[in-house]
Design a binder for this molecule. Structure first.
Ligand SMILES: NC(=O)c1ccc[n+]([C@@H]2O[C@H](COP(=O)([O-])OP(=O)(O)OC[C@H]3O[C@@H](n4cnc5c(N)ncnc54)[C@H](OP(=O)(O)O)[C@@H]3O)[C@@H](O)[C@H]2O)c1
Length: 176
């Protein structure tokens, strides 16, 4: 059985922000990309999705007809009590234990959607195997940072670079 990887797939401004302070992604949607910028190709490689509670709230505020990740196992990390819905299960507790359990179960890759706060916990615990960062040609100046300060250094190996018109996709593997 091939190894199941945990992959961060996220879009960022050139200066490393994933949203404005007021959680807008308008700057991202304005960029001229190409097709779906590799999204469906990536989406097919995962069967499980992880996100932080603020990212989940952002998705739920989008007025979508239905939850966008219906056909995958979706987990939302929160420290508060929350009731599972038909689309997501809430997870509260040790991220390392949870991810190791998922990895031991086998399956396709696991998508870490974000945001930056949850990512920081995953970096700290060295749980991320690959990072695919789609860089927008935008300098936001301020916003919600992709990477937070921490004390865990990761060394990466570049696997691929490609562009979707104005977007640059950087694909790294974490060196173990
Ligand atoms: N550009 C992109 O591709 C992209 C992708 C994803 C998200 N975003 C944007 O990023 C923003 C949200 O990012 P964010 O960094 O502010 O928040 P986040 O990481 O999405 O969520 C933070 C929340 O997750 C929970 N959490 C974090 N670490 C945890 C841990 N170790 N254990 C258990 N629960 C944990 C906490 O929820 P509780 O407070 O409930 O305890 C925390 O308040 C949104 O605006 C979203 O739109 C952008």
């Amino acid at each position: 059985m091939s190894k199941r990887n945990l992959v961060l797939f996220i879009a960022s401004s050139l200066d490393g922000y994933i949203a404005t302070k007021d959680e807008s992604l308008e700057w991202l949607f304005q960029v001229e990309g190409e097709g779906d910028n590799g999204f469906s190709e990536f989406y097919d490689t995962v069967d499980t999705i992880l996100m932080g509670k603020r990212t989940y709230d952002w998705v739920m505020n989008q007025d979508l007809e239905e939850f966008p990740y219906k056909n995958k196992e979706c987990y939302v990390f929160t420290r508060a009590a929350a009731e599972n819905t038909e689309d997501v299960k809430f997870v509260n507790g040790d991220v390392t234990h949870f991810v190791n359990k998922l990895k031991s179960q086998g399956g396709k890759n696991i998508w870490l959607v974000g945001g930056g706060e949850l990512l920081q916990a995953f970096i700290q615990e060295k749980l991320v195997d690959e990072l695919i960062i789609t860089v927008a040609p935008t300098i936001l100046g301020k916003g919600i940072p992709l990477f937070r300060e921490g004390d865990s250094q990761l060394n990466l190996s570049l696997k691929r670079i490609r562009n979707f018109n104005q977007f640059v996709e950087l694909h790294y593997e974490v060196k173990k």
